[in-house]
Design a protein around this ligand. Sequence first.
Ligand SMILES: [Fe+2]
Ligand SMILES: [Fe+2]
Length: 258
Amino acid sequence: MAASEFAEWVRHFETERDRRAAGPDPSWESGARLAPAVQASIRRFQLGEDGDGADLIAKADAAGDPHYAAAVRLFEDEEHNHARLLARLLEAGGATTLTGHWSDTVFGRLRRSAGLRAELLLLMVAEVVALRYYRALRDGTDDPLTSEVARRILADEERHVPFHCARLRTSIAELPRGARRPLLAGWRLLLLGAGLVVAADHGRALRRLGVGRGRFVVDVTRSAGPVVAAILGTHPPRVPGEAAEPAAAAPPALSRRR
Ligand SMILES: [Fe+2]
Ligand SMILES: [Fe+2]
């Protein structure tokens, strides 16, 4: 992929950053009514959003494309903002944040031990699961503040997936042709496993939000197709500046649902 494409991503992330800075925060003062299961679930996702990203930034720096490295920093800023938004939401609901959980420790260690390509594949699992989770939170809660926070985060996550697809497309193309599909088949299995773990772990919250465990796993698994197609180059990832294209032209998991 040409470096200029990531220059476009930098501009796009910067535009989003400026738009965020110019607009107001959600109305925290209105408070949030969080059902216990949903509150516990949000606490876990808040922790998951709350990494420093230094490891990915270092790998992006080492990849040698300054535009990509700059875009990764802006991407990490958005993830930090998600952690902030969820922390404020929990505070508005009278809850505190978690300080640690074994699953985040394991996921963090795996990511740190991986190279850029493997880290992005792991990160993509989390992003695709997050897409379905925040959609459930946005649409299934009856609390306006929760829905607003989920809407803002979801809008960002919907850009993160094609952003990672764009870099993975280059990384996967560097592999021998025969290794690409088996690797992505393994990624699909990993995604299925993650979907099952989240469905089991957050099942009560998901049910409260109107999404059964089975539905959640099926939806997460179905998201894999467009992602794999974008990485293999059989379908292009949506890139900044293509908003004018008909929505139907974008793969479902990569399109915006604002
Ligand atoms: Fe996030
Ligand atoms: Fe994300």
